[in-house]
Design a protein around this ligand. Sequence first.
Ligand SMILES: Cc1cc2nc3c(=O)[nH]c(=O)nc-3n(C[C@H](O)[C@H](O)[C@H](O)COP(=O)(O)OP(=O)(O)OC[C@H]3O[C@@H](n4cnc5c(N)ncnc54)[C@H](O)[C@@H]3O)c2cc1C
Length: 359
Amino acid sequence: MEKVDVAVIGAGVVGLFTGLELGSRGYTVAVIDKAQEPMTGVSSRSANVIHLIQPPFNSLKSRLCVEGNMLHRRLHKELGYRLIETRLLLAYTSRAKTPLAVLTAKLLPRLVPGGRVKTRILTGRTARDMEPGLSDRVQGAIEVRGYAIVDPASMAGALASRVRGYGELLLGSKVEAAEARGSRVILEAGGLRVSARLVVNAGGLESHVVAKMFGDSYTQEAWKGVMSIHPQPRLRSIVAPLEARRGETKGGGAIPQANGALLLGPNNAGPSRPGDYTYTSRDLEWLRSRFQPLLQEEIQEPVRVVVGHRPVAPGRDFLVEWGSTGRVIHLIGIESPGLTAAPALARMVASMARARGIL
Ligand SMILES: Cc1cc2nc3c(=O)[nH]c(=O)nc-3n(C[C@H](O)[C@H](O)[C@H](O)COP(=O)(O)OP(=O)(O)OC[C@H]3O[C@@H](n4cnc5c(N)ncnc54)[C@H](O)[C@@H]3O)c2cc1C
């Protein structure tokens, strides 16, 4: 039997950062995943953006997005994963949108938690000087600094090797049962038995299934998002159309990737079945028609299409809660911006455990 202070179920970005956070505080950790490699779940199908603006602004995901954004800037240097600084340009091609731009640029710094958002209104010409990939038809844009792009492969490698330094990364080990015994929980994971003082359920799309093993009931849906990857045009900034938002994003951005490609999306194709990676030509046409008007060069045919599923909880916010045994913390509904928020979620878990006196 493996005996540790903390067992984390799930070696996605959230589970790895959690293992790392607790390991760096001196606790022994085991991060367990059924997959043979780390970060093969939802985390392998993201747009790789370190966000800053996440509506609705009174949500937990919005607050943790801002905190995670700050933490990534320090952690990428300490841990050695690749992070490229960039900006978001909310661009528009119709002058009629200028009043909306002025209002949005004024409101965003007040609405986004933490007071870190700085906006600037750019004329079409200044925006093109900054981002030569913008179309001549762009009349203006709001610049939001403080965005970044990460390279997921370097992140997976860096986090996994640090976690191994603090304890165990048990891959190919599906957690199938959990039993509370006194001050410990015993997990059955692919022929292994792991005994822990604290369990963190970071099971992504299956965290509600994992919660059931602890007698806790949650509902979670898998919302499909389609992204197309194009060789050209190359951008320096994340470009998205300025639109009046009512709480949630509609279609992502034109996003430069760490490898130089351009990612469009993700769209929001609604609830789906996890594992259903199908998409239609309508998804691709919709993405192209959303971003082409803002870009000067023609968007080339996609070289790849990536479909992911966001784990969505009924309130459309992250749920970070103690389970009924008092020995497990469940992370449910870790949809976007979970990649951004992961180091902040890890800190939140650590302070919850400390506040209960478990660690
Ligand atoms: C299309 C799309 C684009 C996105 N873009 C962005 C973005 O640009 N920026 C951003 O901040 N966020 C983005 N997100 C959100 C982000 O990707 C997720 O919030 C984040 O990756 C969730 O990480 P996770 O560790 O919780 O889940 P996962 O990465 O899914 O990890 C969960 C792990 O648990 C394991 N597991 C499950 N059950 C068991 C079990 N019983 N035993 C052992 N292991 C188990 C799984 O194998 C999996 O590896 C995007 C999401 C989607 C779908």
